[in-house]
Each structure stands twice: as structure tokens, then as C-alpha cells.
Ligand binder design. Structure first.
Ligand SMILES: Nc1ncnc2c1ncn2[C@@H]1O[C@H](COP(=O)(O)OP(=O)(O)OP(=O)(O)O)[C@@H](O)[C@H]1O
Ligand SMILES: [Mg+2]
Length: 284
């Protein structure tokens, strides 16, 4: 997997841009401050991340390292405090709120650890929800929702409500919902965090297939080594910085420590691969 990433990204690059190098996602020197009264929490400290179309990226790191914050910015749910953030050639910081809403409605599909399904609605209605916001007509919504539920292996569960489904099935409904508007990017924050290995495996297989078969870009925040194993690249965060980038190949995980980021002098020692242990990550 690791060896082919470079070439694959290159090919997709050329296909998308006709030879001009414009990555799907380009974050440079991203900072994010949360203000709580007089206290400022600097959740991201000058983070760099470039993602090509069709890649599967795993974001790993200890609790509080900024993973969810990063995902919120990638998904246009929040804007950075500083740095430049381009998504599909658009400068996120220049967009007005209604433009961000439109961007995430069309380009981004979200999958959460806790599934976030509406309990009173059937699987089919849950999948239809994002299409309502895009103004898709009822008949078309129903047709497409059923098609997506078949795609995630739940063609015989369309009328079930979330509490009539297993955890793994709920997460697959959530995946069908994430695909409702045919987004370019799927963002999954701990998609297998509440699942055992048996239910998590099909969820991961589907995320991988979305990249390989459909050319979707998939970004997964995870503590799960099985989820990291489907990624083309593993990006490790610590204290709001990228500290290492690696990939799984035939010889196991290999990669390079990043130079980290240093906007206020506090982070300048990149951690070496392997010192960011899974033990650090396994709070979930
Ligand atoms: N809305 C907020 N207001 C203030 N501080 C916040 C807010 N959201 C996150 N933080 C802080 O920013 C830092 C990064 O949080 P974030 O949620 O991105 O971490 P994480 O890597 O996703 O952690 P976890 O693995 O526990 O989910 C933490 O120190 C957190 O306390
Ligand atoms: Mg988080």
C-alpha cells in the first residue's frame, strides 16, 4: 500500500488538474485558538497538511492533541485562527458562513464515533436527511437512500430505526448518510471507537473501498491500529502539531518524523516514529 501511494497520488493529481498541482486539501501553518474567558487554548499550533484526492489518511495522536479540531476545520464546521486553509482550491478563511454551509453540504460527509442518527427515523429517512437540505425531491431522495443502504449491505434494514440495529449496522447507516450528497471527502472521527473488531471490519473495508473504487478522499481520526492499517498515510499529531508521517507497507510501518511546527517556540522537538506509541493513543 505504502509504495504505491506516491504514484497513485501523482496520477490522480494530473487527472484532476490537467497537470497543475492543486491538492484537494492544503493547510499551511494552521493555528486554532479557543477562548474561554481570559484563557486561550491553542489547539493547533502551525500545522501543515496536504491531502491529495483519493487518499486515505489516518490522523492519530493522544487525547487533546487537536485531532477533532483539525477535522472540524477540514469539514468547514469551523475556521482556523491563523494560517491558510484551501479546500478544493477555495480559501476557507475568505468564505462567509452561508458559503461554508454550502461547501460542507456538497463536498463533505461526516461519520462520528456515536453514529449521530435520529432515533425516531428509519434508516432510510436518516439517509434522506442531508438530501432534504440540498433540496432533492422526495422520490429521488427515497430511491437514492435505498440505493446507498444496499451499497453498505443494509438493503434489508431500510425500515429499521437505529435502536433496532446493531452498532455496526448503525455505523453503516451513518456511512450511507455521509454519502447522500456524493461528497468528495469523507471525514470519520473514531468510526470504530464504539465497535468491536467484528463490526468494525466491514466499516473500515467500506471506507477503503470508497477511496479505491470511487476515488473519494477519506480522513479518519482513530486510535484503532486496524483503521490505521487501511490508510495510505498516517499523520501523527501531538500538542497541535504534526510530529510524524508514515505508512504501512509490507515491512510494517515506516516513515519520517516531521519537523513539527513552531509558532511560539514551545514545539520544536519532533518525536521520532515509534515514540508516539499506540499506548499514548489508546485512551478510548
Ligand atoms: N470548544 C472548545 N473550547 C475550548 N477548548 C477546546 C474546545 N474544543 C477543544 N478544545 C481544547 O483543544 C484541545 C484539542 O482538542 P481536540 O478535541 O481537538 O482533541 P482530540 O485530539 O480530538 O482529543 P480526543 O482524542 O480526546 O478526542 C484540547 O486541549 C481541548 O481541551
Ligand atoms: Mg476528538
Amino acid at each position: 500500500m505504502g509504495g504505491s501511494t506516491q504514484d497513485g497520488a501523482e496520477r490522480i493529481h494530473i487527472y484532476r488538474t490537467g497537470g497543475l498541482a492543486v491538492p484537494l486539501l492544503e493547510f499551511r501553518g494552521i493555528t486554532k485558538d479557543y477562548r474561554l474567558g481570559k484563557t486561550v487554548v491553542r489547539a493547533l499550533r502551525g500545522l501543515d497538511l496536504v491531502v491529495e484526492e483519493g487518499e486515505v489518511i489516518a490522523i492519530m495522536g493522544p487525547s487533546g492533541s487537536g485531532k477533532s479540531t483539525l477535522m472540524h476545520i477540514v469539514g468547514a464546521l469551523d475556521t482556523p485562527t491563523g494560517g491558510t486553509a484551501f479546500l478544493d482550491g477555495q480559501d476557507l478563511q475568505q468564505l462567509k458562513e452561508h458559503q461554508l454551509v454550502a461547501l460542507r453540504g456538497k463536498k463533505v460527509g461526516f461519520v462520528f464515533q456515536t453514529f449521530n442518527l435520529v432515533q425516531t427515523l428509519s434508516a432510510q429517512r436518516n439517509v434522506e436527511l442531508p438530501m432534504i437540505f440540498q433540496g432533492i425531491r422526495k422520490g429521488e431522495r427515497a430511491r437514492r437512500a435505498r440505493e446507498l443502504l444496499i451499497k453498505v449491505g443494509l438493503g434489508d434494514r431500510v425500515k429499521h430505526k437505529p435502536n433496532e440495529l446493531s452498532g455496526g449496522e448503525r455505523q453503516r447507516v451513518a456511512m450511507a448518510r455521509a454519502l447522500a450528497n456524493d461528497p468528495e471527502i469523507i471525514l470519520a472521527d473514531e468510526p470504530t471507537g464504539n465497535l468491536d473488531t467484528e463490526s468494525g471490519t466491514p466499516v473500515l473495508a467500506m471506507l477503503k473501498k470508497l477511496s479505491v473504487n470511487d476515488g473519494k478522499t477519506v480522513i479518519i481520526v482513530t486510535h484503532d491500529p486496524d483503521a490505521a492499517a487501511i490508510a495510505d498515510r498516517i499523520v501523527r499529531l501531538r500538542d497541535g502539531c504534526v510530529v510524524a508521517v508514515s505508512s504501512y507497507g509490507v515491512e510494517g510501518e515506516s516513515g519520517v518524523p516531521s519537523t513539527g511546527c513552531d509558532v511560539d517556540g514551545s514545539i520544536n522537538e519532533p518525536s521520532t516514529l515509534g515514540t508516539t506509541t499506540e499506548g499514548d493513543d489508546s485512551h478510548a
